[in-house]
Design a protein around this ligand. Sequence first.
Ligand SMILES: [Fe+2]
Ligand SMILES: [Fe+2]
Length: 166
Amino acid sequence: MSTDAIVLLREDHKTMRRMFKEFQAAQGGPKPKKAKIVGEILEALTVHTYLENEVMYPEVRRLLPALEEDILQAYEEHHVADLLCLELSTMSPEDEHFDAKVTVLIATVLHHVEEEEHEWFPKVREGLGRNQLQELGRRMIELRPKAPTKPTQPKALKKALDAINA
Ligand SMILES: [Fe+2]
Ligand SMILES: [Fe+2]
C-alpha cells in the first residue's frame, strides 16, 4: 500500500464522494437511512480534516512557504464545513433544515476537494520529493487511529478554538 500523502488524501476524497452520492440517492427515502449516511459523512470529514490540519497543511506551509495563501484559504473552507458539520451533528433528519444543510455541506466540500485535487496537489507534488510525501503519509497513517470521529470532540474543535483564542 502506498504511503504517499496525496494518494492517501485522494482515497479519502473518493470515499466522501461515494457517501455524498449515497445521500443524494437516499433523498426522499427513509429518514433513518439518511441519518446513518450523514453520520458516516460527518465521521469521514472529521477524521480527514484532522489529518490535514495536524499534518498536511502545517508541514506543507513550513516546507513550501509559497503555498501559504492556498493553505490559509483551505483553512477557511474547512472552517465553513466544520460549522455545518457541528450543526448537523445536533440535528435530526426530521428537521426541515436537515436536507438543505447537508446539500450545502456537500457542495462546499466538493468545491474544496476539487481545488485540492486540481490545483493544490499538483503544486505540492512538484514542490516536495517522493520521500517527503511518503513521510507525511506515514505520519497521517499513524495519527489516524487517534483522530476525533465526531465534530463535537475537543480535538475536532481545536482549530476553531485556537482561532478565537489567538
Ligand atoms: Fe482539505
Ligand atoms: Fe482533502
